[in-house]
Design a protein around this ligand. Sequence first.
Ligand code: AMP
Length: 399
Amino acid sequence: MKILVLNCGSSSVKYKLIESENGNVLAEGGVEKIGLPDSFLKFKRPDGSKETITVSMPDHKEAVKNVLKILTDPKEGVIKSFDEIHAVGHRVVHGMEKFNKSVLITPEVIGKVKECYPVAPLHNPANITGIEAITDLIPGVPQVAVFDTAFHQTMPAKAFMYALPYEDYEKYGVRRYGFHGTSHRYVSRRACEFLGVPYEQQRIITCHIGNGGSITAIKDGISVDTSMGLTPTEGLMMGTRVGDVDPGALTYLMKCEGLDADGLGNVINKKSGVLGISGISSDMRDIEDAIAAGNERAKLAMDMYEYRILKYIGAYTAVLGGADIIVFTAGVGENSPELREAVCEKLAYMGITLDKEANRSRGKEVVISGADSKVKVVVIPTDEELVIAQDTAMIVGGK
Ligand code: AMP
């Protein structure tokens, strides 16, 4: 089945056309700067060459229209008509407690995704615009929603509750939900296939370390705790997000700077993390270069970044009563041997040893722990789009 996977952000749309039976990517690309005069569509050709076309796309419907146009373009396209798209799978960021698995999109599902707007005011509305654009442009094509939060719905209350007044949970749904669920689900299962061990009998810690980052504790195939919370701002130090911070520091800062909720939101989401500490960049490649050039704030940012990862691995080892497998994934996790080495060498107390040669590789599946290591440490490139395509194919009734 040919499945169109759409990931609609507030000003962007990423797409992949995937053959669900074998995971082949037939086409991929994205639209950026939706709503701005210089919005553009970029796509990758089968031979790997890339093309960028500047087109004015005032809204998501126009963006999706251009994606469909390029997919069916006589020269650049890979399908002749929309009829060849069997179904569309959407990444939907927040499902609160309403969704614990992927679902076929119906008017009722759309209503529930809209009910989650207050906790995901940037992401869920963008996801809905993508769904509505497809409904308008390819009427009748089945659509499936795959939620970032769904995998973590198995967490016990002691892990997902915040020690705020209980009424705030009841009235507003304030609790930990966790994100990157599709990635944590994929890499944990894939790691077990790769290692040839049964998924349902492992204690796994998955480290999704990208521009956003989260760590999840998985016991016997289910998520039991995760570092992100009500929003993707909690937990690890990230590219521009603060991660864990004393809530009292935030109310103090609001008073000092005269910030309202949106002003504070801007600080903790856009101006903090690696960018905020280094003052240079949110990109770890820039930080590594700055450290090599002797920049001390870049070094502090890296030290804090690694330290926070180390603390979560320690905490989740305690939660799981030990660990069998640690997985590194996403932009930094897949591509930074330095980060992996810095973290793993401090885990020697768990009986972890590192195969330094194996750890040199970037962006491919590899065991990086030594043969004598008590815990297997692996790198598994994440593939959220493949999971979305597979869930979609399964739900619409094929393979
Ligand atoms: P993601 O959000 O998973 O796409 O990850 C993006 C981030 O991965 C970038 O912001 C970089 O910080 C990081 N990254 C990508 N390639 C490398 C690399 N070779 N070394 C270190 N960090 C990298």
